[in-house]
Design a protein around this ligand. Structure first.
Ligand code: SAM
Ligand code: SF4
Length: 334
C-alpha cells in the first residue's frame, strides 16, 4: 500500500515520526571499541558530505511534515568546522522546538558557548568511564580529562538538561555503575546507560557483554536511596528513573533487552545524505542525489514520505536471522 498523502509523517504501523537525527560527519577523533575499528577507517571526501544549506533544507522539509525534534550527531559532530553556524540555521527553522547534540565532549570546552548562543537547547555527552584507564580502553584515547572539562563548561553555561551517555560493556566498565550513580547525585548530569548494540562488522559485540538495565537498577538500589520510575514519555527511548529522595536521575536505553521499536518515532540522515528509517536498516534512501539532481521540495517530500511509510517494524537483534548493517555506528549517526 503506498503512503497516504497527508501533512504528517507516519509509517505503515501507525507510528508518527517527529524526531530526526542528522549526522554531520563520519569522522571522529576517538576510536570507541564498540563503534569503529582502531585502524582502516576511510572517511568521506568533503564534497560527499551534505552542506549546511542542504541539511537546513532537509530539516525544513521534515519540519513541514511535523518533525519537531532534531539531534545533531556523527561521527564526532564537533569535528565539523563551525558547527554553531548549522545550529543557528536549524534553530531558525519554524516548527523545530527541540534542538540537541550528541558529542564525545572533546571539543566542548572550546565550542560550548558558541553552540549555546546559536540556539542549542540540549546536550548528550558520551562518557563511558570515570576512570582514565577504563576510559582509554573503551575510547582507545586518553581523553577523559577533555570530556570532564567540556562537561564543566556546559554546566557553567547553564545548559540544561545535561545528559551523560555511558555504554556499559561487561568486563570493562560494569564495575563503575555505582560511581556513575554517585555522579548523577552530585552534579546536574542525568546518566543514560546505553546497552551495547551489535552494529558494524567490527564492534566486538556478543550477548554476554550486554549489561541489562534490571541488573544496573538492582546494583544502584543496593547502595540506597532506591530508584523509582519517573514520569514516562512513551515516545522517548529512555526509561527514566529518579532517586526516591528526589536527587538525581538515571535513564536506560535498553535496545537489546527491552526493545522500544513499537513506539519508535525517529529516522536518521547520514552525513552523506542517506535517509535511514531504522538504526539497523539494511536499505537507505538517497536524498543527497535527489537534491543535487535538482529535485523540488515536493519531490523530496514524496521520497521521504514513501521511505518512512516502509519503516521497519523492529530491529530483530535478538532473532537468529538478525543481520548487522554494514555501516559502523559512526557512519550512521547514533
Ligand atoms: N561521537 C559522538 C558521541 O560519541 O557521543 C556522537 C556519535 S556516537 C555514534 C553516538 C552514541 O552512540 C554515543 O553515545 C555512543 O556511545 C553510542 N554508540 C556507538 N556505538 C554503539 C554500540 N555499538 N552500542 C551502543 N551504543 C553505541
Ligand atoms: Fe567516535 Fe562517538 Fe563512535 Fe566513540 S562513539 S568512536 S566518540 S563516533
Amino acid at each position: 500500500m503506498p503512503a497516504p498523502s497527508s501533512h504528517i509523517l507516519q509509517d505503515s504501523f501507525g507510528r508518527r515520526i517527529n524526531n530526526l537525527r542528522v549526522s554531520v560527519t563520519d569522522r571522529c577523533n576517538f576510536r570507541c571499541v564498540y563503534c569503529m575499528p582502531e585502524e582502516g577507517m576511510v572517511w568521506l571526501a568533503k564534497g560527499e558530505l551534505l552542506t549546511f544549506e542542504e541539511i537546513a533544507r532537509i530539516v525544513r522539509i521534515f519540519a513541514g511534515l511535523g518533525v519537531t525534534k532534531v539531534r545533531l550527531t556523527g561521527g564526532e559532530p564537533l569535528m565539523r568546522k563551525d558547527l554553531h553556524l548549522l545550529v543557528a540555521q536549524v534553530h531558525a527553522v519554524a516548527g523545530i522546538c527541540d534542538l540537541a547534540l550528541t558529542t564525545n565532549g572533546f571539543f566542548l570546552a572550546e565550542q560550548a558557548a558558541d553552540l549555546v548562543r546559536a540556539g542549542l537547547g540540549r546536550i548528550n555527552v558520551s562518557m563511558d568511564s570515570l576512570d582514565p584507564v577504563n576510559f582509554q580502553v573503551l575510547a582507545r584515547r586518553d581523553y577523559l580529562h577533555k570530556v570532564l572539562a567540556g562537561l564543566a563548561e556546559v554546566e557553567r553555561l547553564g545548559l540544561r538538561p545535561i545528559k551523560v551517555n555511558a555504554v556499559l560493556v561487561r568486563g570493562i566498565n560494569d564495575g563503575e555503575i555505582e560511581e556513575f550513580a554517585r555522579l548523577a547525585r552530585t552534579r546536574p548530569f542525568a546518566i543514560r546507560f546505553i546497552e551495547f548494540m551489535p552494529i558494524g562488522a567490527d564492534d566486538g559485540w556478543s550477548a554476554d557483554k550486554v549489561v541489562p538495565a534490571r541488573e544496573v537498577i538492582e546494583r544502584i538500589n543496593a547502595m540506597g536511596p532506591k530508584l523509582v520510575p519517573a514520569e514516562r514519555h512513551t515516545s522517548q527511548p529512555a526509561d527514566r528513573y529518579v532517586f526516591e529522595d528526589g536527587v538525581g536521575e538515571i535513564g536506560f536505553i535498553s535496545s537489546v533487552s527491552e526493545p522500544f521499536c513499537a513506539s519508535c518515532n525517529r529516522v536518521r540522515i547520514t552525513s552523506d545524505g542517506k535517509l535511514r528509517t531504522c538504526l539497523f536498516s539494511l536499505g537507505e534512501t538517497d536524498l543527497k542525489s535527489a537534491i543535487r539532481g535538482g529535485a523540488s521540495d515536493g519531490d523530496i517530500t514524496e521520497l521521504i514520505r514513501s521511505a518512512v511509510w516502509a519503516k521497519e517494524e523492529g530491529h530483530h537483534i535478538n532473532d537468529p536471522e538478525f543481520v548487522r548493517p554494514d555501516r559502523t555506528m559512526s557512519r550512521i549517526g547514533g
